[in-house]
Ligand binder design. Sequence first.
Ligand SMILES: [Zn+2]
Length: 554
Amino acid sequence: MIRTISYSHWNGCPRLKPLIFYRFTLILAFAAAVVSAHGATRGDLLRGAYGRYRANNDLLFYHLDIRVDPEKKFLQGKNTIRFRMLKDGKRIQLDLHPALQIDKILLGRVRLRHTRDLGAVFVDFPQVLKAGAEYTIDFYYSGHPVETGRFGAITFRKDPTGHPWVNTACEETGASVWWPNKDQWRDEVEGMEISVAIPNGLVDVSNGKFVGKTDLGDGYTRWDWRVQYPINNYDVSLNIGNYVHFSDRLGDLPLDFYVLPEDKPKAEQQFTQAKGMLQIFGHYFGDYPFPQDGYKLIEVPYSGMEHQTAVTYGNHFTNGYLGRDWVGSGISLRFDFIIIHESAHEWFGNSVTAADRSDMWIHEGFATYMESLYVESRWGRADALKYLNGLKPKVKNLEPIISARGVNSTPPIDQYFKGALFLNTLRSVVDNDPRWWALLHGFYQHFKYQNIMTEDVVEYFNKQTGMNLTPIFDEYLRHAALPVLELKWSPGGSLRYRWQAYEPGFAMPVLLGTPEHWQRITPTTVWQTMQTPVSRDQFQVATDLFYVKVDWMP
Ligand SMILES: [Zn+2]
């Protein structure tokens, strides 16, 4: 269903496999040759734009039913796609990576014609599909998917004891890298079934509630999972391995954990952190978003990913991020970064989802800020501020956090760290903690299970606070550089001040003076003068509460 309210990475080391990638070089070289004004390729436009053949329909349900051969690195099966037409039309756009073959597309028994254009698949119907009517098609496909992008998108590995280990993580590349779907962020299905047939003896863990498994009698067993909430495409996951399972509960919420047998003792210890995390995030935002589907942690060979109700985990069962003091303040070693960060996405990313990748800070800025809320809840405000301000060296301030829309763009890493520091700044602007907690809670509750854009966030905060926060949001999210507080000392304890900012209406309050006696002022982009009893060498700006640059003018 389309839940958009009002409006139309960091890249680690990509593990590109040169040999597998080779046969696509020609196709991709051609795509790259046609580049738009945004630097987007033709493939990016096909993936990123919400064009007429996407906008004419509304997704309702997927049943992904596939067989996976881990030895041959081969997939075969179908996705049954149910949708409602929003306008009369004879054509819709779906997506499937060119490496995979389309075996047939059926409407009932009628075989549908289709045209492929890079990753896009345009499906043509013999008759006009009527606005308001629902249709179901079966999209059959097969092939050897490519391994590409930060986490490989879909990887066929062996675990340390030699068992097959197949995992997906395709946020960056798009889910159509391994299964056919309407591969964009705006429209989500209402629910989904995932059936994965795999060699006997292995386990598949996908999203949602485990329904059961069926021995197919040919050496394969089918594992069935049911997703009972809206889900975005890149969250859909399969994890095939020699997993062992253990479980727990948090009230009525089932907690299920799947790890390699040799890691079970460590996991039983480390995964106890999940309960406290769920309670803390529940406190700030409201209950875990997907209670009927449960919460799962699944061991994988990469660091981790927020797959809805099936959070994948590869943080070596240690605190910090891959054993490191990730934020450098000592605090990140007190908790498991992957459990906290990836699970935070159950609220922001999975329940509240951005409608375009351009606005992905709604996932990453909030999830990073939620790390600091976890710290605040457990160890207090001072440590939370230390944690947040420890993020500053990671911020680049070279590109705006919101990237180009409709072109499959990837926002810069500032969406994480600057996004979190911006939210901390916004709390200081609101300057009333009970009100801030109510705002955060209300914001999540208002938009849960929906796909939104930054404009929706701004409108909500403006309406609820009665303030005009638009210039502040715009300054931090739509411009690269930080606002600069320009200060000029005059004799006799008088201080001149103004903001150097891109937004003409930028008038953000800030605290000055000394931590014992902060003075709250609201500079604008025009010089003003204040009196201060504080001497120049004692004088400070509360830059741990407001993420700004300070420039003393001569
Ligand atoms: Zn994240």
